[in-house]
Design a protein around this ligand. Structure first.
Ligand code: ATP
Ligand code: MG
Length: 566
C-alpha cells in the first residue's frame, strides 16, 4: 500500500519543483524564452480530480510565467474514444477556470506526419514489420536483468516492411496480424527500448478521421512528436512516464535538430483515500449502474464533484496543499473535505432546514399569529445581511434534538428543560404525545415572550440552541446524503474485485426534509447553502418547480483538523 506522505517540494519563492525548472529554463533563454505546456487527455472517460492536478499544473504554470497551454486530445485509440468525452472534458477545464483559446489540437491531426515518419524510419532500417503474436513478442521481451531475444522478422528487408506497413494501413490484414516495431536494442537496460511497438492495426472507424487510417500509433510514438509539432517546451506528466522519457527523446530526435526538444518533467499522481481513480474502473461503475452516472456526486470525477457541491477554488486549494513531488502518495480525502468546508464557510448562505422533522407545539402561542424573525445570512460575511423567517405556534424540530430520558450532558430539549429556538424564543418542554407503539408524535412546550432574540430581555442564557422551521410555511424537499464510495481506505491496494469494496451505505435519500420558505423560493441548481447545524448542501439539477432536491456536500465537523492534532 502506498505510504501516506504530505511532503511538498517548494522553495522559498513558493514555486514547486516543476515551476523552478521552468523558471530556470526561461532565465537561461531556452527555446527563445518561450513557455508552452499542454494538457493531453485521452477522450476515453470523464476527467477526475487527478486530472485537475495535471490541469492546474499545465495551465497554471503557463498563466504564472506568461506562457501558453494547449489542449490536445490524445485520440489515438478509436476503440475507446467518443465525442461525449471530448465535450465533457472541455466543459470541465472551463469550469476549473482555464482556457486554451485557439490552441485546441488532436493527436489525429498528426496521423499523416507520424505515418510519413514511420515510413522514413523503415527506409532507414530503424523500424520493421513483425508478424508474431503479442504473446510471442511479450515472451521475447526478457526481464530488467536478462536481455530479450530478437524477433525472427527483425531483419526483414526494408522494402518488404514498407510494403507490408502500407498494406496494413489499407486494411488488407486483420487486427493483430502485423505490428510495426522500432529496431533499437533487445538487450537495452531500459525495457522500453527493446524494439517497442510503434503501430498496430485497428479497424474501428475513428470519430474524427473515419476510415482513413487502419494503423494507429502507440502512445510512445505519438506523444513526443505531437509535443514537437506544436512547439511544446515543457511536457509535464506523471511519474509512471519516467522510464518512457528516453524513448520520448529518441523519437523526437528523429524529427528535431539540436536546437529544440520538448522537455518532459514528471510529478506524482493524485490518489485519494476511499476512492478509485482508474478511468477503467470508473467506467465500469457507470456501465454497470453501480453509481447513477459519471456525475454521480459520489464519484471523484470533476462533474461528480461539481454536482456534489465542490467548487473550483476548493479543488485548487486542495491541490496546492498536497503539492507536486517526486514521490507516489495517497492523499487523505479529509483534506479535500477541509478545503471545501473552508470555502463554503466563507460563501454559503445560512438557512434553516429540518431533515428529520418532529412537530413541536407552543401551547401558549396564539393560534393564528405569525411573526417574522430576522436570520443572519452569513455571520462570516459582514455584508451578507439578513432574511426573514416566519415563526408560528407549530414548528418542526429535529427528532434527534429531543429526548424523553436524556443523559446528563444532553443540552437539547427534554421534559422540563429549556432551549433557545435560534433567532426566536426560549422555550420549555411541558410534555409529549405518543402513538400506540410509544413513538413520540408531538412535543409540547411553552415559549417565554420576554426572550425574543435581539429584543431587551433576550440576554437570558440557556445551554442549547435548536434550529427549526414553522410547519405552515415549510416546503418539503428531498436530500441525498452521501458517505464514502468505498468502505476501505485504499481500494486499489486490495486483492480481489474492487466492486466488492463498495460501501453499501454510500447514498441515503431523505424524502421528508422541511425547508424554510425563503430558501424554497430561490433554489437554483448548483447553489450552495449551509443548513444550520447540519452541514453544507448544494441544489441538485434534478430540482423541478415542485420537487426540490439537495445534495449534501459535506458535514460541518472538520475531521481533518482532528487528524492534524493527533
Ligand atoms: P489512462 O489510464 O486512460 O491513460 P490517465 O488517467 O492517464 O488514464 P489521460 O487522459 O491519459 O488519463 O490523462 C491526461 C493527463 O492527466 C496525463 O498527463 C496524466 O499524467 C494526467 N493524470 C491522470 N491521472 C492523474 C492523477 N491521478 N494525478 C495527476 N495527474 C494525472
Ligand atoms: Mg494516460
Amino acid at each position: 500500500m502506498a505510504e501516506i506522505k504530505e511532503e511538498i517540494l517548494v522553495n522559498e519563492s513558493g514555486l514547486n519543483f516543476v515551476e523552478q525548472i521552468i523558471k530556470e529554463d526561461l532565465e537561461a533563454g531556452k527555446n527563445g524564452g518561450r513557455l508552452n505546456t499542454r494538457f493531453p487527455p485521452e477522450p476515453n472517460g470523464y476527467l477526475h480530480i487527478g486530472h485537475a492536478k495535471a490541469i492546474i499544473m499545465d495551465f497554471g504554470a503557463a498563466e504564472k510565467f506568461g506562457g501558453t497551454c494547449n489542449l490536445r486530445f490524445d485520440d489515438t485509440n478509436p476503440q475507446k474514444e467518443d465525442t461525449e468525452y471530448v465535450n465533457a472534458i472541455m466543459e470541465d477545464i472551463h469550469w476549473l477556470g482555464y482556457d486554451w483559446e485557439d490552441r485546441l489540437y488532436y493527436a489525429s491531426d498528426y496521423f499523416q506526419q507520424l505515418f510519413d515518419l514511420a515510413c522514413r524510419m523503415i527506409l532507414e532500417d530503424k523500424a520493421y514489420v513483425d508478424e508474431q503474436t503479442s504473446e510471442e513478442i511479450a515472451a521475447q521481451k526478457g526481464t530488467p536483468t536478462t536481455p530479450g531475444q530478437n524477433s525472427p522478422y527483425r531483419n526483414r528487408p526494408v522494402e518488404e516492411s514498407l510494403d507490408l506497413f502500407k498494406r496494413m494501413n489499407e486494411g488488407e490484414f486483420e487486427e493483430g496480424r502485423y505490428v510495426l516495431r522500432a529496431k533499437i536494442d533487445m538487450a537495452h537496460s531500459n525495457m522500453h527500448f527493446r524494439d517497442p511497438i510503434m503501430y498496430r492495426i485497428i479497424k474501428t472507424p475513428h470519430w474524427r478521421t473515419g476510415t482513413t487510417w487502419k494503423v494507429y500509433p502507440m502512445y510512445d510514438f505519438a506523444h513526443g512528436q505531437s509535443d514537437y509539432f506544436e512547439g511544446v517546451t515543457h511536457s509535464i506528466c506523471t511519474l509512471e512516464f519516467v522510464p518512457h522519457r528516453p524513448l520520448y527523446e529518441y523519437f523526437v530526435k528523429e524529427l528535431a535538430d539540436e536546437t529544440y526538444c520538448p522537455r518532459q518533467i514528471e510529478f506524482n499522481r493524485l490518489n485519494l483515500t476511499y476512492t478509485v481513480m482508474s478511468k477503467r474502473k470508473l467506467l465500469q461503475l457507470v456501465k454497470e449502474g453501480l453509481v447513477r452516472g459519471w456525475d454521480d456526486p459520489r464519484m471523484p470525477t470533476l462533474c461528480g464533484l461539481r454536482r456534489r457541491g465542490y467548487t473550483p477554488s476548493a479543488i485548487k486549494d486542495f491541490v496546492n496543499r498536497i503539492g507536486y513531488t517526486k514521490y507516489e502518495a495517497l492523499n487523505h480525502i479529509e483534506l479535500l473535505e477541509h478545503s471545501i468546508r473552508e470555502d463554503l464557510n466563507k460563501t454559503a448562505t445560512r438557512v434553516s432546514v429540518v431533515q428529520n422533522p418532529v412537530k413541536l407545539i407552543l401551547t401558549n402561542y396564539p393560534e393564528d399569529k405569525v411573526e417574522m424573525m430576522h436570520m443572519d445570512n452569513n455571520p462570516e460575511d459582514p455584508n451578507a445581511g439578513q432574511h426573514e423567517m416566519p415563526f408560528a405556534r407549530e414548528i418542526w424540530i429535529e427528532g434527534e434534538d429531543f429526548m424523553e430520558n436524556p443523559p446528563k450532558k444532553f443540552f437539547r430539549l427534554a421534559p422540563d428543560k429549556e432551549v433557545r429556538l435560534k433567532g426566536a424564543y426560549i422555550i420549555k418542554c411541558t410534555g409529549v404525545k405518543k402513538d400506540e407503539e410509544g413513538n413520540i408524535v408531538e412535543i409540547y412546550a411553552e415559549y417565554d415572550p420576554d426572550t425574543k432574540s435581539g429584543m431587551p430581555g433576550s440576554e437570558r442564557k440557556v445551554k442549547g440552541t435548536l434550529h427549526w422551521v414553522a410547519v405552515n410555511s415549510a416546503v418539503k424537499a428531498e436530500v441525498r446524503d452521501y458517505d464514502r464510495l468505498f468502505s476501505v481506505e485504499n481500494p486499489s491496494a486490495e486483492e480481489g474485485d474492487f466492486r466488492d469494496l463498495l460501501n453499501p451505505n454510500s447514498l441515503k435519500v431523505r424524502e421528508n426534509v422541511m425547508l424554510e420558505p425563503w430558501l424554497a423560493e430561490r433554489v437554483k441548481a448548483g447553489d450552495h447553502y449551509q443548513f444550520q447545524r447540519l452541514g453544507y448542501y448544494t441544489v441538485d439539477p434534478d430540482t423541478t418547480a415542485d420537487h426540490i432536491v439537495f445534495n449534501k456536500t459535506i458535514g460541518l465537523k472538520d475531521t481533518w483538523a482532528k487528524e492534524m492534532k493527533k
